[in-house]
Design a protein around this ligand. Structure first.
Ligand code: AMP
Length: 279
């Protein structure tokens, strides 16, 4: 496994194997089974696999957790080596954002609701770094998690709009045994918060059960999620949404499909989770 922070080196390796298909998994590190499920799917579907580990500062607001974001490069690299990854890109900030950097990728619609409403600068940071990574690695396929549902929609839209020559593959959410979606940020939770964090999955399941019993009123489904979170004293709801899976517009009535999603603060830690209906 080659590990490098050097863009020219990535290009050299990539083009030495230019006849082979490359799968690419962008991450911010502190890897868990969710990340590794993406790596495994990339390995299964491509002849070569590249992973990036980079905590991208431009997708964090000044008030967010950039400096505390959990990091363990040594452990991450040994996990990736064990998975048979070929190439790991670990750039530094000066490599990605030299002093005179001045370009941004902005999407006008799908970035606005949900995460975008709470984190207005987040998706510009995500779209810009992912566009850069796509240009550096030039994969045939790039793998993202359904865990970040809106991010998946944003990346797909950007790939269409800017004609990136690759397929975006979205992989299912990997959960802990009690339903909590795996996340690097779960490391911030104290034991009581960790226990209380199961409320997110419970809220989604409550709304899903109502949908399966025939409930189609978006407001009623949102209310069920809100009530489940409100019943958990350590949790504070940011949003609960029942939206169209592609436009992300809130639905009054669920006709066919819906994306149920929510963001919840557990102390300072902000957790997100979602579920697509029908499952
Ligand atoms: P991150 O390191 O948080 O930026 O995540 C890197 C990639 O892993 C993103 O595409 C995430 O959506 C995906 N991911 C994170 N957690 C999970 C999970 N629990 N299940 C599946 N994919 C995940």
């Amino acid at each position: 496994m080659i590990v490098t922070e050097n863009i020219a080196e990535i290009r050299r390796i990539r083009w030495a194997d230019s006849g082979l298909s490359w799968g690419f998994v962008p991450t911010m590190g502190f890897l868990h089974e969710g990340h590794l499920s993406l790596v495994r799917q990339a390995r299964a579907e491509n002849e070569r696999t590249a992973v990036s580990i980079y905590v991208n500062p431009t997708q964090f607001a000044p008030t967010e957790d950039l400096s505390n974001y959990p990091r363990d490069m040594e452990r991450d690299l040994s996990l990736l080596a064990a998975e048979g990854v070929d190439l790991v890109f670990t750039p530094s900030d000066v490599v990605m954002y030299p002093d005179d950097f001045q370009t941004a990728v902005t999407l006008s619609q799908v970035t606005r609701p949900l995460e975008g409403a709470s984190r207005p600068t987040h998706f510009q940071g995500v779209a810009t770094i992912v566009a850069k990574l796509f240009n550096i690695v030039q994969p045939a396929r790039a793998y993202f998690g359904q865990k970040d549902a809106q991010q998946s929609v944003v990346i797909r839209q950007m790939v269409r709009d800017l004609n990136f020559n690759l397929d975006v593959v979205i992989c299912p959410i990997v959960r802990e045994a009690d339903g909590l979606a795996m996340s690097s940020r779960n490391a911030y939770l104290n034991p009581a918060q960790r226990q209380a964090a199961t409320a997110l999955y419970r809220a989604l399941q409550t709304a899903k059960s109502a949908f399966e019993r025939g409930e189609r009123d978006g407001r009623a489904l949102r209310r069920l999620m809100k009530e489940t979170i409100a019943a958990e004293p350590l949790a504070r709801l940011d949003y609960a949404s029942v939206a169209h899976p592609l436009t992300l517009a809130e639905l009054d009535v669920v006709e066919n499909e819906a994306l149920l999603s929510l963001a919840v603060f557990m102390g300072q830690t902000r957790l997100i989770d979602n579920l697509l209906l029908p499952e």
